[in-house]
Design a binder for this molecule. Structure first.
Ligand code: LMR
Length: 395
């Protein structure tokens, strides 16, 4: 069985690790996988996480099973982060802990297949490469809607809406809640509102991937899109992740939240998701979720987390400004969009050959799609990276 197998293609993001490890230059810059690096180029454990881990080590009474739903405190804290404690959206939602954002999306995808067989999923072009992979793995037909204009750095909203007009009641629309991956171009309030109108007309389901909450403009600012949906739509689902905003990448902490027209409907939808989770991983890993639940439940640790999150967010936005300004010195193109976009990523339209040249000649590592992880830039490398990008002739 195994002897006949071909060499499989490398994952477009995870596969970069091998190339990075093989680059022996002391000046190499990792702008590939979406990990936040501080100004010294480190990806440290947050102080609030260290404190919660110490607390957990000292006080955890048992490692007995929880349930397919995971840690109840974490789940409630997730809903409160999304919609605000005591809000209508909080009351009308229920959360299942999942192994990372990927687990949450896989759970959502399986659930949609059961609840709406034959429905298509409309995904933005471009999107995170794991989106189509996950949805295809569960047998969904995909439709790509136009999303990003590489020339202007803006959302192609009119074309997007024209394509979404073809959605039917069995279809699902995938949206990025904030900090769009890979483009950094987000929907504004008027656009969220127009989408809510369209979805109400078509009857399509909505699934929001919110993997970067707090890394754009702030915790409540980044939740504005899903809060608007909660006001306007009877139901939708949200996949979240604590990989980035808690820097808990390898602990695999995510969640799937279902919003219903009523609390009863949300409880019912949650009950239908539980047996799906049972067949996927039975129960999610506890450690990371227990940390997040403790940090969010402890006033002092929570303040500490919000400070650490703000530091990450501010540094990313500073690097956006620095990259935009330095590139502007290299020609006529208006790079103001880099500063206006949000989150870890931007796309400058670098060709795969340009990406290869950046890696070989400048030791700057990106995905072959030309996605730049701005959170890998720092005061020591941003000018050099901008000059290298300009030298390979982006867009
Ligand atoms: C990324 O887009 O780089 C991250 O979300 C990491 C991943 O799993 O792909």
């Amino acid at each position: 069985m195994f002897a006949e197998l071909d060499e499989p293609p490398l994952d477009p993001i995870l596969g970069l690790a091998q190339l990075l490890a093989g680059d022996t230059s002391p000046d190499k810059v990792d702008l590939g996988i979406g990990i936040y690096h501080d100004d010294q180029g480190r990806a440290p454990v947050l102080d609030c996480v260290k404190a919660a881990e110490r607390w957990l080590l000292e006080t955890q009474p048992s490692k007995r099973y929880l349930s397919s739903s995971g840690n109840a405190d974490y789940n409630a804290a997730t809903r409160a982060l999304l919609f605000g404690d005591g809000s209508d959206g909080f009351a009308r939602s229920r959360t299942i802990q999942a192994p990372g954002g990927t687990g949450a999306l896989r759970l959502a995808s399986d659930l949609l297949r059961r609840l709406s067989p034959g429905g298509r999923i409309f995904i933005p072009g471009p999107t995170w490469p794991n989106h189509p992979a996950i949805f295809k793995a569960t047998g969904h037909e995909l439709v790509v809607y136009p999303y990003y204009d590489i020339e202007t750095g803006k959302v192609r909203f009119d074309e997007m809406m024209a394509t979404l007009g073809a959605m039917g009641a069995k279809d699902t629309l995938l949206l990025h809640g904030c900090c769009h991956n890979p483009t950094g171009a987000d929907l504004d309030a008027a656009q969220w509102s127009a989408i809510a109108d369209l979805v109400s007309k078509t009857g399509a389901a909505v699934m929001v991937d919110l993997a970067y909450l707090g890394l754009g403009d702030g915790l409540s600012e980044d939740a504005a899109g899903i809060r608007l949906l909660a006001e306007r739509l009877p139901e939708f689902i949200v996949a979240t992740s604590c990989s980035k905003n808690f820097a808990l990448y390898r602990e695999r902490v995510g969640a799937l939240t279902v919003v219903g027209a009523s609390e009863t409907n949300a409880v019912r939808a949650h009950a239908h998701a539980l047996p799906v989770a049972r067949t996927l991983w039975s129960m999610p890993p506890d450690h990371g979720a227990a940390i997040v639940a403790h940090v969010l439940g402890d006033a002092e640790l929570r303040r500490g987390w919000e400070r650490e999150l703000a530091t990450m967010r501010d540094r990313i936005n500073t690097m956006r400004n620095r990259l935009s300004a330095r590139l502007a010195g290299h020609g006529d193109r208006d790079y103001g969009f880099i500063a206006r976009q949000r989150g870890m990523f931007t796309m400058l339209g670098i060709s795969p050959e340009g990406v290869e040249t950046l890696r070989r000649e400048h030791h700057v590592h990106l995905t072959s799609s030309g996605r730049v992880n701005v959170a890998g830039l720092n005061e020591g490398n941003v000018d050099r990276v901008a000059d290298a990008i300009a030298a390979v002739g982006n867009a």
